[in-house]
Design a protein around this ligand. Structure first.
Ligand SMILES: Cc1ncc(COP(=O)(O)O)c(C=O)c1O
Length: 344
């Protein structure tokens, strides 16, 4: 039996239906804007979030970084949570590409609130950096899949607007928040100046993210994408895969949420691990271990279950649509029968 891979929701493989959609997609040279599949898909997703335009890009990192590049000047400051992907996992590219400094704040499970954002805005003294952008991540990755309440997103947006700041959403997993019925895409989308969404996480496309914004911002962003080497040619093949994922896999995200919640209960009841947060809000589950996480991961591996370390004593499990009922039962059974052995 193949291993149960819960390391990430990025590990899914294209399905036969997705591959068929890819081979049937009409394509053209997207650098010349000749690819009908890309053009239609950009328009569709932009419309879904109430934005004027979209730009299909290879990855979530590129999408976030193009957004920051469009919004800032070198030396500007970007406020974000200390757990943000942009701060932790984008190889320092905000400094390299945009020349900005990041101002990480300690939030709750990767989420900021309006008061702390307001308190972090710099004055206009000559010696202060210019605070230019507030960037939030929803759902949070390192924060364990937490979902921002709409009210908090609105309140941070109000602070941003009152203080002349741009507001960016790293929505790599916004789909999981939408699937959990927390709000509609347009309700979130219209709050932000720039949005990045990914099709290659829980939705299960092999590649692809999209930046969403006003037309004028996207026009300049196309140039930035080219500068970064992200101009692609007959990329309608990938847009078709992403579109297929949106059409056919979005409805499956609810099951990922259910399973993450269920496994959290099983893990809590086992008594050997501590689920990090009392509420599981999407497809990501973090739990603490007594033994070093790597030891527990090795035990899991030998039972054919893969998860990842998210700290020396923390493990992350992420659900996706290619986990079967049998896989899920196997994981639950492993925790139900877990014998921790002597205390480390
Ligand atoms: C919240 C968040 N933003 C951005 C990214 C970057 O996406 P990519 O791996 O496509 O560059 C990820 C990747 O996991 C992520 O979790």
């Amino acid at each position: 039996m193949a291993s149960v891979d819960l390391r990430s929701d990025t590990v899914t493989k294209p399905t036969p239906g997705m591959l068929k959609a890819m081979t049937e997609a009409p394509v053209g040279d997207d650098v010349f804007r000749d690819d009908p599949s890309v053009n239609a898909f950009e328009e569709k997703v932009a419309d879904m979030f109430g934005k004027e335009a979209g730009l299909f890009v290879p990855s979530g990192v590129m999408s976030n970084q193009i957004c920051l590049y469009q919004l800032t000047k070198p030396g500007d400051e970007v406020i974000l949570d200390e757990l943000a992907h942009i701060f932790n996992y984008e190889a320092g590219s905000a400094a390299l590409i945009s020349g900005v400094q990041l101002r990480p704040l300690k939030g709750n499970r990767g989420m900021l609130d309006a008061n702390q954002v307001e308190a972090a805005i710099r004055t206009t003294n000559d010696w202060d950096p210019h605070t230019r952008v507030v960037a939030v991540e929803n759902t949070t990755n390192k924060g364990g899949g937490a979902v921002y309440p709409l009210k908090v997103l609105q309140e941070i947006g109000d602070v941003a607007r009152r203080n002349g700041l741009f507001y960016h959403l790293d929505g790599a997993r916004i789909w999981n928040a939408l699937a959990a019925n927390r709000y509609k895409a347009k309700e979130v989308g219209t709050l932000f100046d720039t949005i990045s969404v990914c099709f290659s996480k829980g939705l299960g496309a092999p590649v692809g993210s999209m930046m969403l914004a006003e037309k004028s911002v996207i026009r300049d962003a196309r140039r930035t994408r080219k500068m970064l080497g992200g101009g692609m040619r007959q990329v309608g093949l990938l847009a078709a895969a992403a579109d297929y994922a949106l059409e056919h896999h979005f409805s499956l995200l609810e099951a990922d949420f259910y399973r993450a919640k269920k496994l959290a209960e099983v893990i809590s009841e086992s008594g050997s691990f501590r689920v990090k947060s009392e509420s599981v809000e999407s497809n990501i589950l973090l739990f603490d271990t007594e033994k070093p996480a790597n030891k527990v991961l090795a035990e899991l591996n030998s039972a054919g279950i893969w998860m990842s370390a998210f700290g020396p004593y923390t493990i992350r499990a992420v659900f996706h649509h290619q986990i079967t009922d049998a896989d899920f039962s196997k994981v639950c059974a492993w925790f139900e029968s877990y014998e921790p052995g002597p205390k480390p």
